[in-house]
Design a protein around this ligand. Structure first.
Ligand SMILES: [Zn+2]
Length: 113
């Protein structure tokens, strides 16, 4: 399942970062996720809690920052809300819209002790 794989990645990244900083415990994790991944926050939180069990991140809070989908025109540089869907740029009528945001999937910060 998508959320399970994501949870593993976030737990591993948080533990790696915590180890690099010499922390004994991770208390919170901030993740940035684009809406195009269709992730269900509650499922991700549940899997995160399970994957973090028996690690220094056990009980850590997962804070999810959602990024809205945006499209961009490579021709004129204009941005538009939503997915491109192969649309032609409504501003210049030439460029084909490309995905500019909404595919993020990254660990942004961790809180450690
Ligand atoms: Zn354009």
């Amino acid at each position: 399942m998508h959320e399970a794989g994501l949870a593993v990645r976030f737990v591993e990244a948080a533990l790696e970062e915590a180890a690099a900083r010499g922390a004994s415990r991770v208390t919170a994790v901030g993740a940035r996720i684009g809406e195009l991944h269709g992730v269900v926050d509650r499922h991700l939180e549940e899997f995160f809690a399970v994957m973090a069990r028996l690690t220094p991140a056990e009980g850590a809070r997962l804070v999810i920052e959602r990024v809205a989908a945006r499209s961009a025109c490579p021709g004129c540089g204009e941005f538009f809300p939503g997915q491109p869907y192969g649309r032609t740029c409504p501003a210049c009528g030439r460029g084909r819209l490309e995905t500019a945001a909404g595919l993020e999937m990254e660990l942004v910060w961790i809180e450690i002790e």
